[in-house]
Design a binder for this molecule. Structure first.
Ligand code: 3PG
Length: 220
């Protein structure tokens, strides 16, 4: 039987602490470095201190570095991490946590060896079991809506009662409560907080208001 080096339980505790800070992790894809700080400040002011910056644009790593330096009270994570090299680049830029859309064995092993916590993405039970074999108990469930939504998460709770999820992908303010009502959901991720038209207009107050509204509606 293949044996794996196991994840430290401390990492699970760190992911739990991050995911307990807010009901939503905004998933942010910055197109310019200039927009990164005002958007992040608006979300923070609106009550959302945990941000996932995706590595989908040229300015992603510079944005992570800027926000990690300028907003020490926030948790700046890196998302769309698809290779161990990107994991390292994001850590070097100052990311507080790493999110992957899926789980390769290489990425799971990189997370075990890293002091920067990984929230690995899974869609299927088999992918989750690769993580469980290495001690992971917390996963991003992606793409949540098309991968079965809340019925899938309820079903996963049967054989895996200790596992907790951050569902992401297709979730909006209107559908977030049904996910957050599940006992095995820690928080959700989503991009609805930063509509492109508000960013184009530089309407940072509008983004702050969406964050405020989101927090008040999801926290009840
Ligand atoms: C992600 O990377 O997690 C998704 O792009 C976020 O999904 P959404 O845009 O449907 O909220």
């Amino acid at each position: 039987m293949m044996t794996h080096t196991m994840l430290s339980p401390k990492i699970t505790a760190q992911i739990d602490a991050i995911c307990a800070l807010a009901p939503v992790i905004p998933v942010l894809t910055f197109n310019t470095l200039e927009e990164a700080l005002p958007i992040a400040e608006a979300l923070l002011e609106g009550g959302l201190p945990v941000l996932e910056i995706t590595l989908r644009t040229e300015v992603a790593l510079a944005s992570i570095q800027l926000l990690a330096e300028r907003l020490p009270e926030a948790k700046i994570g890196a998302g769309t991490i698809a290779t161990p090299a990107q994991y390292q680049q994001a850590c070097d830029a100052g990311a507080s946590f790493i999110v992957t859309p899926g789980s390769t064995c290489e990425l799971l092993d990189t997370g075990v060896a890293s002091s920067i916590p990984l929230l690995p993405g899974i869609q299927t039970v088999s992918e989750m079991m690769e993580g469980l074999q290495r001690g992971y108990q917390r996963f991003k469930f992606f793409p949540a809506t098309v991968a079965g939504g809340t019925p899938a998460l309820k079903a996963y709770g049967g054989p895996f009662p200790d596992v907790r999820f951050c569902p992401t992908g297709g979730i909006r303010l209107e559908t977030a409560p049904e996910f957050l009502a599940l006992g095995n959901v820690m928080c959700v991720g989503g991009s609805w907080l930063t509509p492109a038209d508000l960013i184009a207009k530089g309407d940072w107050k509008g983004i702050r208001d969406i964050a405020r509204d989101t927090v008040s509606r999801l926290r009840g």
